[in-house]
Design a protein around this ligand. Structure first.
Ligand SMILES: Cc1ncc(COP(=O)(O)O)c(C=O)c1O
Length: 467
């Protein structure tokens, strides 16, 4: 056994025996190295191993902490139906979207970022005042050069070398996903997707008259490549649609080597990948994780994103790096909505150029990570003991799995009457599965309000549980 494995065993024992409780700070690397007479890199390796086991978490500039979450109560690996299906659930999704205007109660159902800290607002005001004409005229159908230039600079952080001409600006990520689906498929085609999956992407699949092949997905590492390969052997799948970084709704980030393997798999079956990276910049990992696009050498990955989660959804600033589908994507974007409004693009470009965006997401990352831990604590305190919950590697949403006999569609109705909202599980399946699951948002900064909401949720679940 190596030195680091030995040290990892001892640290694991200390955590399991309760010497260190969830959330406690662990001894520093230096201190452990001195105490155990080993090198700094041995301690770092031991901590890395415990990090992979989700026992320990590294926090930038603060050191190592015992994880709030552990592997035993993560949601189960999903087991969706093993055949392509038409997507249903539109009425349920629409019902949830309509709740948006209500401001009373605690609404934890929408993946809405905390927008109070955004320093972009004065820039928007200045731009409209200083040069109002620029926001009133037509511009390049691919989006302003200023924004595309800044995006190609940002892309370096996710491992991509993109020229401004390799990008097309869209009205948010939803339009980006729809345009890409239409660019790479014909009606009736089959798309492989993670299960559970973001309801907006499944509705885009439905709207393009495609079928969804839901693939079993692991709560820590994402889509099962083994199950995907079996599906690829069995069905004429046209494209793979994934959100591999800070997934919505589960929050996992697919390990880098698995991202590369997924790309190689797509290459060997000669199909495309549509990669949704909307939460990538608010990963808790720094530097942020690489995209699948970063491994793309033949242009088969269409990368989609927006600033809806990292800045504000009302800006509607999204984009596509469409690889070899650039001309088709530009044409579909043009017939879909022509060009996008100019002022928000210029404001975002300036925000990035002046360094405001980097500072903003640094703060967001720290806030969301703290808020995740607080929400996990509240869930442990107020929800039933057998509740399983995901451990997001970034973003501000998590996935909760209750005992099989609790119906989240009934639960959501009862909680709504008490002013608490969340997104029920069936919205995240093509055919209404995950009835005992739901998604919660933790960007709500008011801790008391959020804690009270989880307490209410726990009370309603207790009332629904058979004696
Ligand atoms: C994974 C994912 N993709 C795309 C979107 C749509 O983003 P936008 O508001 O930029 O259209 C969302 C919004 O919730 C999302 O969570």
């Amino acid at each position: 056994m190596t030195l680091y494995e030995n040290l990892a065993i001892r640290l694991r024992e200390h955590i399991e025996l309760g010497f260190y409780k969830p959330g406690d700070k662990l001894p520093s690397v230096r201190q452990l190295a001195k105490e155990h007479g080993v090198s700094i890199s041995t301690v770092q390796e031991a901590y890395r191993q415990l990090e992979q086991e989700l026992l320990v978490e590294a926090k930038p500039k603060s050191g190592y902490f015992v994880s709030i979450q552990n592997k035993d109560n993560l949601p189960s690996i999903s087991r969706p139906p093993q055949r392509p299906l038409e997507v249903s659930q539109w009425e349920e999704v629409l019902n949830m979207l309509m709740i948006r205007s209500r401001t009373d109660g605690v609404q934890l159902q929408h993946a809405m970022p905390d927008m109070r800290a955004t320093t972009l607002k004065p820039l928007l005001k200045d731009l409209s005042k200083q040069n109002p004409e620029v926001g009133l005229s037509y511009s390049d159908v691919r989006g302003t050069k200023e924004l595309r230039t800044q995006l190609s600079r940002l892309a370096v952080a996710s491992g991509c070398q993109l020229h401004p001409d390799d990008l097309v600006i869209t009205s948010g990520c939803q339009e980006a996903l729809s345009v890409c689906l239409r660019a790479v498929t014909e009606p009736g085609d089959i798309i492989a997707i993670e299960s559970p999956s973001f309801y907006g992407s499944m509705q885009a699949i439905k709207a393009a008259n495609l079928k969804a092949m839901e693939i079993p997905t692991h709560p820590e590492t994402g889509i099962s490549l083994e199950a995907l390969e079996l599906a690829l052997d069995q069905w004429p799948i046209k494209a793979i649609f994934v959100t591999p970084t800070c997934n919505n709704p589960m929050g996992y980030t697919m390990p880098e080597d698995k991202k590369e393997q997924l790309y190689r798999l797509a290459q060997s079956y000669d199909i495309t990948i549509i990669e949704d990276d909307i939460y990538g910049d608010i990963s808790f990992q720094f530097p942020r994780p690489k995209t699948i696009k970063s491994f793309d050498t033949d242009g088969r990955v269409l990368l989609c994103s927006s600033f809806s989660k990292s800045i504000a959804p009302g800006m509607r600033v999204g984009w596509i790096a469409p690889g070899r589908y650039r001309d088709k994507v530009t044409h579909i974007k043009y017939v879909s909505s022509s060009m996008c409004p100019v002022t928000p693009q210029l404001a975002v470009a300036k925000f990035i150029r002046l360094g405001g965006y980097a500072k903003h997401i640094r703060n967001m990352r720290l806030n969301y990570e703290k808020q995740r831990d607080m929400l996990l604590k509240a869930i442990k305190t107020y929800l039933p003991k057998d509740t399983r919950v995901s451990f997001p590697a970034g973003s501000f949403i998590l996935w909760v799995e209750l005992a099989k006999d609790i119906d989240s569609m009934k639960l959501v109705e009862k909680c709504r009457q008490k002013g608490v909202g969340f997104a029920p599980g069936p919205l995240f399946s093509a055919t209404g599965k995950y009835r005992n699951c739901f998604r919660l948002n933790y960007s709500e900064k008011n801790v008391e309000k959020r804690e009270a909401a989880i307490k209410t949720l726990g009370q309603v679940i207790a009332e629904m549980q058979p004696d």
